[in-house]
Design a protein around this ligand. Structure first.
Ligand code: HEM
Length: 120
């Protein structure tokens, strides 16, 4: 059940991020709307909470937990680069956007493989 919630927030998080980058490019004035500003914070907080709940529920910390640390570090990259993508313009925006998407995809693969170094 928590996993379904977690995956729902994963989808909401990435779609709200792509949506905001689109608005930043096409209709930046809409980003000033209160719900567009606050909504993603709520979604990302719930994503984190459900993630940590899964960690404790599954006793994931008692075994090999490097992949969880990798997920959290990549999450910081996703959030940080995501902020740059929304606030900057031009080439920097698209480089940060690509980086944020790469972090997101990495997180997803690590979640499924439970291996931070799945590419080795
Ligand atoms: C953008 C952020 C995130 C993405 C894209 C993501 C993605 C996923 C996916 C796809 C799964 C399902 C894996 C499977 O069924 O095999 C999952 C499960 C899980 N996630 Fe996340 N997650 C994110 C953030 C987090 C965070 C921040 C934490 C912990 C602090 C976390 C902890 C977990 C745990 C413990 C599971 C359960 C693994 C299992 O039961 O197999 N996730 N996540």
């Amino acid at each position: 059940m928590i996993k379904i919630l977690h995956l729902t927030f994963v989808l909401l998080s990435i779609s709200s991020f792509v949506g905001r980058v689109y608005l930043a490019e096409k209709r930046p004035e809409l980003l000033e709307q209160k719900w567009i500003k606050i909504g993603p914070h709520i979604v990302n907080t719930l994503l984190l909470i459900t993630g940590f709940t899964l960690v404790f529920q599954g006793s994931w910390l008692s075994g090999e937990y490097g992949w969880i640390v990798a997920k959290i570090i990549a999450l910081l990259g996703y959030v940080g680069l995501g902020m740059v993508a929304i606030k900057s313009q031009g080439a920097l925006r698209w480089q940060a956007f690509a980086g944020a998407l790469a972090c997101f995809i990495y997180i997803g693969i690590v979640a499924v493989s439970k291996n931070a170094f799945f590419f080795l």
